[in-house]
Design a protein around this ligand. Structure first.
Ligand code: PRP
Ligand code: MG
Length: 185
């Protein structure tokens, strides 16, 4: 796992002053541009989940960057992948929730029919920053009567205390952590 973690970390591109001055953006797509890093990422996630031993009935991934690896994890686990999308993209009956972003506000939606009450969910996204996005997604799943048994991100930004917004930090997996010092130029 250590070797995979090093490979994954070195595949991520740090972009100073993006999307605005003073912010360093971590480009997660770096991990998908390199098949070895991509493989390392998927293997790391699967090995963490195996260690946890949690029963998972469905993987719920968040638009957009939770869509790039969530379906692969669902396929490996042989469970459905269910998308949470931004406002107005999903047909049929939807449940919605407003949330605060690091750089603004948004609304996310999920189809209400797809997840039966009691479904054990693995919730995935690429990054925990302020925690507004994942905190809201957890609430959205719980409001449908589901149980979020684990929440997983590739990257956690430590400076913003995003964990405080999560409903259950005991069931939170993060592969790589970045402190404010890691992101200084
Ligand atoms: C980014 C990132 C996470 C979220 C984390 O998504 O992919 O989903 O922000 O921020 P938070 O912890 O402060 O809520 P973004 O909404 O920028 O859009 P994208 O995934 O569609 O690119
Ligand atoms: Mg996102």
């Amino acid at each position: 796992d250590t070797q995979n973690l090093d490979l994954l970390r070195s595949s991520l591109k740090l972009c100073p002053n993006f999307p605005k001055k003073g912010i360093t953006f971590i480009d997660v797509f770096g991990a998908f541009a390199n098949p070895k890093a991509h493989r390392a990422l998927i293997d790391l996630i699967l090995s963490r989940l195996k260690k946890l031993g949690t029963t998972i009935d469905a993987v719920v991934g968040l638009e957009a960057r939770g869509f790039i690896f969530g379906p692969q994890i669902a396929l490996e686990l042989q469970v459905p992948f269910v998308p949470v999308r931004k406002l107005g993209k999903l047909p049929g009956k939807v449940a919605k929730i407003d949330y605060d972003l690091e750089y603004g506000k948004d609304t996310m939606e999920i189809q209400t029919q797809v997840l039966k009450p009691g479904t054990k969910i693995l919730l995935v996204d690429d990054l925990l920053a302020t925690g507004g996005t994942l905190g809201a997604a957890q609430k959205l799943c719980v409001d449908l009567g589901c149980e979020v048994v684990e929440t997983l991100v590739i990257i956690e930004l430590l400076g913003l205390n995003g964990r405080a917004k999560l409903t259950d930090v005991n069931h939170f997996t993060t592969l790589l952590q970045f402190s404010e010092a890691d992101l200084e130029e």
